[in-house]
Ligand binder design. Structure first.
Ligand code: HEC
Ligand code: HEC
Ligand code: HEC
Ligand code: HEC
Ligand code: HEC
Ligand code: HEC
Ligand code: HEC
Ligand code: HEC
Length: 429
């Protein structure tokens, strides 16, 4: 399948509403049948839905799962609709949610989450070639039948997949099920609302707790839940967060309902005068995952620097101002920025200069994963370097220090050692 980032964007904007316009009564009767029969087949799904706001509001299976007969997703792979005029799909896309929640979908589409799958699955994606090589040639060992194994069980379960359809227009295994955030659907829409509000409860309260982010934001290369647990805010959440109120409507969920911020409070929720947003890039100043941290300055969600850095910092400070003084917040961010600049100038720039010189002299191996210098260089920015920066930004001292800068200084000595050896000998050890 040929897929391009710009094409997907156009399609997603052009995608039409495809809920059927059939008469309300007929839809209700038809809709009731889905519930009755599926209550026997998958009681788990129907019970979740019955306990949701959607059920209270009369939004049911048919409102989300039925599609027009000419939709690219149209299927009759359900005995309840086979041979009737009703078409369904198991893959409910963000376009469907947009019929009733257009604001949330637009904000999501302007965020860094939007590009999570496009950036390495689209042919013109920034990481298409390097990530294919990693997943297929190295992780899949170049064996044809295993070429998607690493993606299917790893990457795409966080980043999102490309959903393609097979017999009866059911989704193929190469792209579904996928729990990733940036799923690319055959109708051109991109995103997966279910990652934070899981189906079929679609619960607001669930998304406000750190667990909603923790399934993806963890581990050696982006340990955000670990950093949070290490922070004073996480300490308070972990000791009493079970008793807080997570159900207030967005306009009135405020300190008092909670004593310390969760991930959502800082990155998404409305607080005080600040409005709620589904654009998680909006309140950021730096890019803290890139090799070098630069200040955000782009309105393109596919750009590494999506967002407006100075404005982002001001918005984030507005969050803190609900519970802290100006001096507390200003000083905290000066401590943070200083550590990020130390990473840039004291570590990344130095390592990068050596790599460039070695490359010029032909002193690196073609396979970066089998080259001591390039392996350490990778860990320096992708693992230790991200931990140093994320730890400093979110108040996790163990990550800013022991898992961060403490390891970086050793990495850099090691890189200098290999560099000197190669430059002196004129060959790779
Ligand atoms: C608010 C929209 C919405 C409503 C209402 C809804 N669904 Fe879903 N359903 C979804 C989404 C989103 C998915 C996941 C799609 C994906 O992964 O691509 C899904 C997935 C499913 C699946 C596959 C789940 C699995 O784990 O295998 C089934 C079956 C299903 N829904 C049936 C139902 C039934 C029956 C009802 C009514 C009781 C219902 N849905 C109501 C949005 C909805
Ligand atoms: C008479 C019982 C019955 C009725 C009525 C019924 N379904 Fe189903 N549906 C099933 C069964 C059984 C399956 C599983 C089929 C399979 O896996 O082969 C299924 C499968 C599905 C799937 C998954 C399709 C896939 O690609 O795997 C969805 C989505 C679905 N039904 C939605 C609906 C909706 C929406 C309605 C109402 C318009 C509805 N169903 C009415 C019994 C029913
Ligand atoms: C046919 C219209 C319709 C569709 C389609 C729809 N919703 Fe909703 N949704 C509603 C209504 C109405 C409410 C209740 C609004 C309110 O509380 O003000 C709601 C509420 C919600 C809530 C808040 C629930 C809570 O606990 O307060 C979430 C989250 C949500 N929807 C997500 C989704 C997602 C994700 C999709 C697509 C998979 C979707 N909705 C599709 C109409 C819809
Ligand atoms: C299903 C996995 C998943 C979940 C759940 C998830 N994220 Fe993400 N998040 C990602 C991925 C993947 C990226 C990287 C996207 C990219 O840059 O291509 C990301 C990126 C981000 C970024 C950086 C965006 C940028 O512009 O660089 C922030 C901030 C973020 N997520 C916050 C959150 C918060 C807060 C939550 C919970 C409320 C959350 N995420 C839930 C997968 C997830
Ligand atoms: C556990 C979930 C998870 C897995 C598995 C995962 N990632 Fe990520 N990835 C993330 C998160 C979260 C971020 C964003 C970190 C941040 O914002 O600081 C990210 C960032 C990235 C980025 C930088 C963002 C950009 O837009 O360029 C790339 C590239 C990337 N991942 C590719 C991959 C590939 C390819 C795989 C598999 C070989 C993979 N990831 C596996 C969660 C994951
Ligand atoms: C990264 C996690 C995350 C993702 C992905 C996500 N949401 Fe949300 N959603 C939240 C959080 C957190 C809130 C509560 C915001 C607040 O407290 O102000 C929320 C609130 C909502 C609400 C309630 C708004 C209101 O004013 O009552 C709706 C509706 C909703 N989301 C729909 C969606 C739709 C549609 C998508 C897919 C485009 C989506 N969400 C994807 C985290 C997420
Ligand atoms: C007290 C507020 C606060 C809390 C709580 C918080 N964050 Fe952050 N987060 C920040 C700040 C501040 C930054 C750095 C913003 C900047 O660039 O200036 C940040 C940065 C990030 C980044 C890095 C984005 C990039 O550019 O790579 C991710 C990802 C992230 N947070 C996810 C999370 C997750 C997931 C949680 C919960 C486990 C969480 N945050 C909790 C304030 C918070
Ligand atoms: C809902 C209220 C709330 C918000 C919002 C909030 N904090 Fe906090 N914060 C607290 C509480 C409560 C403590 C614990 C104070 C103590 O240790 O006695 C705390 C502790 C801290 C600490 C540890 C140092 C200290 O004084 O104990 C730092 C640093 C911090 N917060 C920074 C921030 C930053 C930066 C933001 C905004 C990005 C922020 N906080 C947002 C409530 C909040």
């Amino acid at each position: 399948m040929r897929l391009r980032t710009s094409g997907a964007l156009t399609l997603s904007l052009a995608a039409a509403f495809f809920l059927t316009g059939s008469a309300a009564n007929a839809t209700e009767v038809e809709g009731q049948k889905c519930i009755t029969c599926h209550a026997e087949k998958q009681p788990g799904i129907v019970t979740d839905w019955k306990n949701s706001r959607h059920s209270e509001e009369g939004v049911s299976c048919i409102d989300c799962h039925s599609v027009d007969a000419d939709s690219p997703l149209a299927s009759q792979a359900c005995p309840g609709v086979k041979g009737t005029a009703t078409y369904i799909t198991v893959a409910v896309t963000p376009n469907v949610c947009a019929n009733c929640h257009s604001e949330q979908v637009e904000q999501f589409n302007a965020s860094g989450h939007y590009r999570a799958s496009l950036q390495y699955h689209a042919e013109d994606g920034r990481n298409y070639k390097s990530m294919k090589a990693l997943m297929e040639t190295h992780e899949g060992q170049g064996i044809e039948k295993f070429k998607n194994a690493a993606d299917m069980t790893g990457c795409m379960q966080c980043h999102g997949s490309v959903v393609t359809l097979g017999a009866d227009n059911r989704p193929n295994k190469e792209g579904w099920p996928a729990a990733g955030i940036g799923t690319i659907y055959p109708d051109g829409s991109v995103g997966n609302c279910v990652v934070c509000h899981t189906r079929h409860r679609f619960n607001l309260a669930e998304a406000r707790k750190p667990a909603a982010c923790a399934s993806c934001h963890l581990g050696p290369d982006h340990p955000d839940i670990e950093v949070y647990n290490n922070s004073k805010h996480g300490h308070i959440y972990n000791s009493e967060g079970g008793e807080w109120n997570y159900s207030s409507p967005t306009a009135s969920w405020e300190p008092g309902d909670y004593r310390a911020p969760t991930c959502a409070v800082c990155h998404q929720s409305g607080i005080g005068e600040l409005e709620s947003t589904h654009n998680i890039s909006e309140r950021l100043k730096w890019n803290l995952w890139a090799k070098r941290s630069n200040i955000r300055n782009s309105s393109d969600p596919l750009s590494m620097l999506t967002g407006d850095g100075e404005k982002g910092r001001a918005l984030m400070k507005q969050v803190c101002s609900n519970c802290h003084t100006k001096t507390h917040t200003d000083n905290f961010f000066e401590q943070t920025d200083n550590h990020i600049e130390l990473y840039n100038e004291g570590y990344f720039d130095v390592a990068d200069k050596m790599l460039k010189e070695l490359k010029e002299k032909g002193l690196v191996k073609k396979n970066p994963w089998d080259d001591e210098f390039q392996k350490i260089y990778y860990h320096l920015w992708h693992h230790q370097g991200r931990r140093m920066r994320h730890g400093a930004a979110m108040g996790g001292p163990d990550y800013a220090h022991w898992h961060g800068v403490f390891e970086l200084q050793q990495d850099l000595y090691e890189l200098k050692h290999i560099y000197k050896q190669r430059m002196a000998a004129g060959k790779i050890e």
